[in-house]
Design a binder for this molecule. Structure first.
Ligand code: ZN
Ligand code: ZN
Length: 238
């Protein structure tokens, strides 16, 4: 018997020849959960990957959204992130699932999204031959949680090379100031192993793209350490 990796409900058996012959794997997620997740597709903001139709016309600037336009107009942040792409929308169901994933310590949940995460990677980034860099947790957070969800996501893209040149310091306070101001504050990320990123194209891996500040802060220290260009892939975008 097979249970949904997300809600633990039993998955109605639809045993087919593919499974019998060992060609296809049984679906790890039940139909209810699968239907609740909204995959991102179609025309997107060239930089942040937001669904184009969801950006109101007055917030469009050629092929990017107003948020990205602001990032790109600031000398400090222009070009830090080449492109972000995300797999799913941050809807109610996904919110619940991410909460489980982060706080119940459900490492296995990453496997529920392997296929979709891989597909998004292959569609946008496969040809670019980037090395994967998961966004780190601070040592304290890692100790509390027991695993880094971004590293687990990166591992779903095996056998693509993963490097972990970044570390995070939680004592750098994230204030409620505007994100543009936050970028100018002390960066919580630092590079522990610059030799691993010099001259490399990097794909940052994280669970969620919200304002893009976290990813750009990580991108900034990687660039300063010698990485050539940086994109990001996240499971979800809000
Ligand atoms: Zn389910
Ligand atoms: Zn954008």
């Amino acid at each position: 018997m097979n249970n949904c990796l997300v809600c633990y409900e039993e998955i109605a058996s639809s045993f087919g020849w593919g499974e019998f012959l060992g060609i296809s794997k049984p679906n790890p997620v039940c139909e209810t959960c699968e239907h609740a997740f909204q995959k991102i597709s179609g025309k997107l903001c060239r930089i942040c990957g937001r669904v184009w139709e969801e950006i109101s016309p007055e917030n469009r600037q050629e092929d990017i959204c107003f948020d990205c336009h602001r990032w790109e107009s600031d000398m400090e942040t222009a070009g830090l992130l080449w492109a972000n792409r995300s797999c799913f929308q941050y809807n109610e169901r996904m919110k619940e699932v991410l909460a489980l994933y982060k706080f119940r310590g459900d490492a296995i949940l990453a496997e529920a999204f392997t296929n979709d995460f891989k597909q998004t990677y292959e569609f946008f980034f496969k040809k670019e031959q980037r090395i994967l860099v998961p966004i780190p947790l601070s040592p304290e957070r890692l100790y509390d949680r027991g695993f880094n969800q971004s590293l687990l996501l990166a591992k779903q893209l095996s056998p693509i090379e993963i490097v972990e040149p970044l570390a995070k310091n939680d004592s750098v306070k994230q204030s409620k100031k505007a994100r543009q101001e936050r970028m100018h504050q002390e960066n919580p990320f630092y590079v522990t192993e610059p030799q691993k990123v010099v001259g490399k194209s990097i794909l940052l891996i994280d669970d969620i793209y919200t304002t893009g500040t976290t990813l750009r802060m990580a991108a900034k220290v990687l660039k300063e350490a010698g990485a050539t260009d940086i994109s990001s892939l996240t499971l979800v975008r809000s």
